[in-house]
Design a protein around this ligand. Structure first.
Ligand code: HEM
Length: 480
């Protein structure tokens, strides 16, 4: 949504009357032009809770649960959620859908422009540090920028952008990152060829283990490569995060301290060529807590591995797009950092089709005006990405079309938000695309991939709304 002027964005079917006076604060124009909220009936609240909320919670918000994801995929849960929201938009209109649930005000923006407003007006009056998120993420990253507020948030955000080099396609440490990714990709292919499954078989477990070796090396340095205990400790805390306030953060102080200690030991080395080195070299204001930003990076790299594996699955089932990637890989020297725009666009499609952050959550810090109505302070706003990404009227909707990220289609409207948008946009996007596109390129450079599961990924039909990454199974054969 970044870069779109709300005034030029269409605001289709929404109240244009305006409200006399106005609030006299930034965003007032958007508030007046936004659509009026619709109040959902008790029956519809129950349907939203069941079809939109429950599958996401069952699948795990902070760390994915194998069985929950498998069940959601079997039911193609996201499809039912999107269909329901489309129905509710037809019945209630395009305004934000207001639900009163368990004593809380919860709002689902149903127009891309309203979603854009929430993201653009972050962190005031729509803070990302929503209570639910603080409860969930506080288990492992109590000082992370995403759950920080005020000046601390600004300073942590600026520091994070400096270290991750947000906005720069090739991080200055890219040569080292590319070397790391290629080494681990080589190891993964060798493991697949020699492994118990034989004949180049590659399942999620093998892929995921190699991915985490990459992540630990990129973030903390080569000495952290085999520190699976660190990842397991983080995984346990993320597991508590799935239960949000049901497990209070004071109950997890011990595991958190153990995780932080082992993380600090790695960061203290500031190993050359790793983000830990960049972190140590970057000046930080006193309230930043540089080490306290790193748990989010480790946690978020998990999603990037899922996105990369799904991109590989898409390419293994779409010969025309696979050929485009191969064309892109022919000329450049892949041992050095390369832009690989088409391969990056494949990863973007992976997160468009199956957003790894399905809910973008904000909480209002004051009463906000929406067209003719208002919503109280403390309202939780849930931007449900699959609903916006799978717009049935868009020609790309349920198909794999990397071209939309190259020719501008994806950027003409505010709909596509796999990395969020506005001032809270993911500061790791460039780094993610560098690492994942390098991995996909390294794997495909000399190997053909076939997908053996899950079913349903076909070039000649609509793609499923829910894809169980745990069930991904490939075979890789050396190219002649
Ligand atoms: C496929 C991979 C990733 C995706 C799809 C993704 C997506 C997102 C999204 C949607 C948000 C906004 C969340 C919200 O508004 O509630 C976000 C925030 C953030 N991401 Fe990522 N992310 C990815 C990987 C990463 C990585 C690898 C890093 C760091 C190395 C990172 C760092 C951050 C940070 C620090 C924030 C908080 C920003 C803020 O509050 O200002 N992300 N990401």
């Amino acid at each position: 949504m970044a870069g779109t002027d709300p005034a030029a964005a269409g605001w289709a079917g929404e109240s244009e009357q305006g409200v006399p006076g106005g609030e006299g604060v930034p965003g007032d124009r958007a508030a007046r032009r936004a659509s009026t909220p619709g109040r959902a009936s008790v029956r519809d609240i129950a349907r939203v809770a069941l079809r939109v909320g429950l599958p996401t919670l069952a699948g795990g918000v902070v760390v994915r649960r194998k069985q929950g994801v498998a069940l959601a995929a079997r039911l193609d849960a996201d499809r039912h959620a999107v269909e329901l929201l489309n129905e509710l938009r037809r019945r209630y209109g395009p305004g934000p859908l207001h639900l009163r649930l368990a004593g809380r005000d919860i709002v689902l923006p149903l127009s891309a422009e309203d979603a854009q407003r929430v993201l653009d007006e972050t962190p005031e009056p729509f803070t990302p540090a929503a209570r639910l998120k603080r409860d969930a993420l506080g288990h492992f990253q109590p000082h992370g920028v995403l759950i920080s507020t005020g000046q601390e948030r600004d300073e942590r955000r600026a520091f994070t952008e400096d270290v991750l080099e947000t906005g720069r396609h090739l991080h200055h440490l890219a040569p080292q990152f590319v070397r790391t990714v290629r080494e681990e990709a080589g190891g993964l292919l060798a493991e697949a060829a020699a492994g118990a499954q034989g004949s180049g078989r590659l399942d999620w477990g093998t892929f995921d283990a190699a991915w985490w070796r990459i992540v630990r090396r990129v973030v903390l340095g080569d000495a952290a490569r085999d520190d699976t205990t660190l990842t397991a400790r983080l995984g346990r805390l993320r597991g508590f995060g799935n239960w949000s306030a049901l497990v209070p953060t004071r109950a997890t102080a011990g595991p958190r301290e153990r995780f932080q200690q082992s993380l600090r030991a790695h960061l203290d080395r500031a190993e050359p060529g790793s983000l830990a080195e960049a972190l140590a070299r970057t000046p930080a204001k006193p309230g930043v807590d540089p080490a306290g930003q790193v748990p989010h990076w480790l946690f978020a790299f998990d999603a990037a591995g899922i996105a990369a594996a799904r991109a590989l699955a898409l390419l293994a089932t779409h010969p025309a797009q696979e050929q485009q990637v191969r064309n892109e890989l022919v000329i450049p020297d892949l041992t050095r950092p390369q832009l690989l725009p088409y391969t990056r666009a494949c990863v973007m499609e992976s997160v468009r089709l199956w957003p790894t952050t399905p809910f973008l959550l904000r909480e209002s810090t004051r009463e906000t005006r929406w067209g003719e109505g208002t919503l109280p302070e403390g309202t939780a706003f849930l931007v449900y990405a699959p609903y916006f990404h799978r717009d049935g009227s868009a020609p790309y909707g349920d198909r794999f079309v990397p071209e939309i990220w190259l020719e501008g289609t994806a950027h003409t409207g505010p709909e596509l938000v796999p990395f969020s948008a506005g001032p809270g946009v993911c500061p790791g996007e460039d780094l993610v695309l560098l690492v994942t596109s390098t991995l996909v390129a390294a794997l495909m450079e000399r190997h053909d991939f076939r997908l053996h599961g899950p079913d349903g990924l076909r070039a000649d039909g609509p793609l499923p709304y829910t894809l169980n990454h745990f069930a991904l199974r490939f075979s890789a054969a050396a190219r002649p």
